[in-house]
Design a protein around this ligand. Structure first.
Ligand SMILES: CC(=O)N[C@H]1[C@@H](OP(=O)(O)OP(=O)(O)OC[C@H]2O[C@@H](n3ccc(=O)[nH]c3=O)[C@H](O)[C@@H]2O)O[C@H](CO)[C@@H](O)[C@@H]1O
Ligand SMILES: C=C(OP(=O)(O)O)C(=O)O
Length: 430
């Protein structure tokens, strides 16, 4: 199993190109199930989750072609992929595939809308929380579907003639269930209104793509989304938006190590709450014509309290990284996690590097230390693993991060991007 070896202590200086967003690419790829025409997605990141979803979509009958053209001649980071699903050949999403990645459950929306039925395995248990699917069941039921659980699967059936527009008010904000409602309601008969919808930029990206395919969605990015169902959707060409979580992660890395890095191809507005927190911690962040410039001062990090919230609040997917940054602050900070009940597994690993963190319920109290020391640590989930990388970059000596497959789910060419900015980071394949 691969490990990442880091020798800490270097500043980061240079340019980091930001990839297309994993969390936008996944629902966009799933939207290809809604049409028999070709959906072309540009800027699709090369990640383990994307590769797995390509397999899952292939299972349903999606024909995939990657045109191989490198959009960045020198880097080859993003790809343009064409998805064509002339007919859905299988409406079952099996346990073996769905249990590996939660987002694959979202195929339930397009399968149900286009074929009138879907049998989709319940997603696997995930380390960061229980992550139930009750909101998907309630939401699709509001569109007239019958939803039954049988042998670990959800059997979803649309009424004769297809899904029917309806009104659904989410009792709790859910990104994935909002994606699924957008896709399902686009092909329903009549108008659907979703209240308390997720407002994440990835939801807006999906709605923009669906509209380019002929859907009639308004209000994406606000809490109330209205979808007028259409009879069919066509193909489209759409560019995946930049990865705000990758952007924030590298901004926090620079704030921690010190240095001067331009994050290319990204947009401050996608994550202003998180970047304001990094500014308050002492880094200078300016908007440039090509993205963002982050200047960090390493040893002069101020303590900042954050609370995770649905967008536009501080993202849970940057909580671990921010905690990593706070381990070296000049004082005490607090990080409160309100989205997932078990998203503090990085705490005990950061402690191996010398961090002083105590947990009380959903709040971590972090007492900044003047230095961290390298150690072997274990990645427990995607964002936790990158928080260990960030801390390792600022620690004295050598850190090895095991279980790197978590990192490969969501960070494209991480070691290459960091090495180009002066870090000592390498992958060790045993
Ligand atoms: C691939 C992808 O885009 N993943 C993101 C997506 O996950 P995902 O879409 O799975 O997260 P949700 O927004 O659905 O989850 C938010 C909260 O709602 C709960 N919930 C959700 C559905 C449901 O039926 N019942 C229920 O109780 C969850 O357990 C969680 O506590 O949004 C999360 C919150 O921003 C991010 O951390 C993930 O990176
Ligand atoms: C939690 C994440 O992904 P997933 O929802 O696929 O588990 C994430 O991207 O941080």
């Amino acid at each position: 199993m691969d490990r990442i070896r880091i020798v800490g202590g270097n500043e980061l200086n240079g340019v980091i190109p930001i990839s297309g967003a994993k969390n936008a690419a996944l629902p966009l790829m799933i939207a290809s199930l809604l049409t028999s025409d070709t959906l072309t997605l540009e800027n699709v990141p090369h990640l383990a989750d994307v590769e797995l979803l390509l397999r899952i979509l292939g299972n349903h009958g999606v024909d995939v072609s990657v045109n191989g053209r490198r959009e960045r001649q020198d880097e080859g980071y993003s790809r343009t992929i064409h998805f064509t699903c002339r007919t859905i050949v299988d409406t079952t999403a099996p346990y073996e595939l769905v249990s590996k990645m939660r987002a694959s459950f979202w195929v339930i929306g397009p399968l149900l809308a286009r074929e009138g039925r879907a049998r989709v395995s319940l997603p696997g248990g995930c380390a960061i929380g229980t992550r139930p699917v009750d909101l998907f069941i309630e939401g699709l039921t509001a569109l007239g579907a019958t939803m039954e659980i049988d042998g670990g699967y959800i059997n979803a059936t649309a009424p004769k003639g297809g899904l029917i527009g309806g009104t659904y008010t989410f009792p709790k904000v859910s990104v994935g269930a909002t994606h699924v409602m957008l896709m399902a309601a686009s092909l329903a008969r009549g108008t659907t209104v979703i209240n308390n919808a997720a407002r994440e930029p990835e939801v807006v990206d999906l709605a923009n793509c669906l509209n380019a395919m002929g859907a009639k969605i308004s209000g994406a990015g606000t809490s109330t989304i209205t979808i007028e169902g259409v009879h069919s959707l066509s193909g489209a060409r759409h560019r995946v938006l930049p990865d705000r979580i990758e952007t924030g992660t590298y901004a926090m890395a620079v704030a921690m190590t010190g240095g001067d890095v331009t994050l290319e191809g990204t947009d401050f507005a996608l994550l202003d709450t998180a970047l304001e927190a990094v500014r308050r911690a002492g880094a200078e962040i300016t908007v440039t014509p090509s993205g963002l410039r982050v200047v960090g001062h390493g040893n002069d990090i101020r303590p900042v309290d954050v609370v995770t919230e649905p967008y536009p609040g501080f993202p849970t997917d940057l909580q671990a990284q921010f905690m990593g940054l706070m381990t070296r602050a000049n004082g005490v900070s607090h990080v409160t996690e309100t989205i997932f009940e078990n998203r503090f597994m990085h705490v005990q690993e950061l402690a191996r590097l010398g961090a002083r963190i105590t947990l009380s319920g959903q709040t971590a109290r972090i007492e900044g230390v003047s230095r961290l020391r390298g150690a072997p640590v274990m990645a427990t989930d995607l964002r936790a693993s990158v928080s260990l990388v960030i801390a390792g970059l600022a620690a004295e000596g050598e850190t090895t991060v095991s279980r790197v497959y978590h990192l490969d789910r969501g960070f494209e060419r991480l070691e290459e991007k960091l090495t180009r900015c002066g870090a000592v980071v390498e992958r060790i394949t045993d």
